[in-house]
Design a protein around this ligand. Structure first.
Ligand SMILES: C[S@@+](CC[C@H](N)C(=O)[O-])C[C@H]1O[C@@H](n2cnc3c(N)ncnc32)[C@H](O)[C@@H]1O
Length: 250
């Protein structure tokens, strides 16, 4: 699966996101961690779909949760594993990593909470993948387990630029077909002696309408529990907490 989105710049992903989103980024992370800690006892099992470089997986593991991190990009996962290797003290439960796309994950029904946040939905390009991904989230959970998911809004499809003394970043999003867009990333990072390293990435993303996502969630067996969009204000996404309805298994 080499050649996944993010592979070419995984080692500067954290830097790029921190610089681009500023304090909002850490704020969203802190909000997610507090929410999880308020609702789940330590030791609970959490699966982080599209875990990236471990923005949530790592601090959740440090807080005593038993984390499964699923991520299709080998390079993003390498970053997560390298950071986990440096955690001190060692977390009680080592992170279990699975290199896969969410829609290909069979699910083993042992998790208390599934996370599918920070635009992971965008990478699912067709209805079949969306339905399989939501079924994977359901199958990963114990009966009554919960899913925290964000549905990115259209305003995230505008592209943006960022420039500071260390990092220059241009994101372009161009319409490809129907609800599918081409996402193009150009990043320059300052090195020594005024040399700048350049990174590029290009992949397709999809702008999902809420109705399609809700249809997939319901048909997978989820019931709505709470809307948390205001809790995650500034993210550009709508956030929801859902419950895996045990009756849907029958
Ligand atoms: C913007 S990052 C968000 C990372 C992380 N969820 C967070 O909250 O920081 C999106 C991640 O989703 C991953 N991804 C892409 N396609 C995916 C798929 N089909 N299933 C699961 N993850 C996917 C990407 O490789 C990337 O690491």
């Amino acid at each position: 699966m080499r050649g996944s989105p993010h592979d070419s710049w995984a080692h500067i992903y954290d830097l790029a996101y921190k610089r681009t989103f500023g304090p909002l980024y850490q704020g969203l992370t802190d909000t997610t961690l507090s929410l999880v800690e308020e609702r789940l006892p330590p030791g609970s099992r959490i699966i982080d779909f599209g875990a990236g470089t471990g923005r949530l997986s790592l601090p959740l593991s440090e807080r005593g949760f038993a984390v499964t991190s699923l991520e299709p990009s080998a390079d993003m996962m390498d970053q997560l594993a390298a950071k986990e290797g440096k955690l001190q003290p060692r977390p009680k439960h080592p992170i279990r990593t699975i290199r896969a796309k969410m829609q290909d994950y069979p699910g083993t029904g042992e998790h208390d909470l599934a996370l599918c946040v920070f635009t992971v939905l965008l990478y699912l390009l067709d209805e079949k993948s969306l339905n399989l991904a939501m079924a994977a989230a359901y199958n990963a959970l114990k009966p009554g387990g919960q899913l925290l998911i964000d549905i990115p809004s259209e305003r995230l499809f505008g592209g943006y630029t960022h420039k500071d003394e260390m990092l220059e970043r241009t994101v372009r999003v161009n319409h490809e077909r129907d609800q599918v867009f081409t996402y193009e990333e150009e990043i320059r990072v300052a090195g020594s002696d005024d040399n700048w390293a350049e990174y590029r990435d290009r992949f397709s993303i999809r702008c999902w309408d809420e109705m399609s996502v809700w249809a997939a969630l319901r048909s997978a067996g989820f019931v709505a529990k709470e809307e948390l969009t205001t809790t995650f204000a500034g993210s550009g996404s709508r956030y929801y907490l859902l419950e895996a309805d045990p009756a849907a298994e029958l």
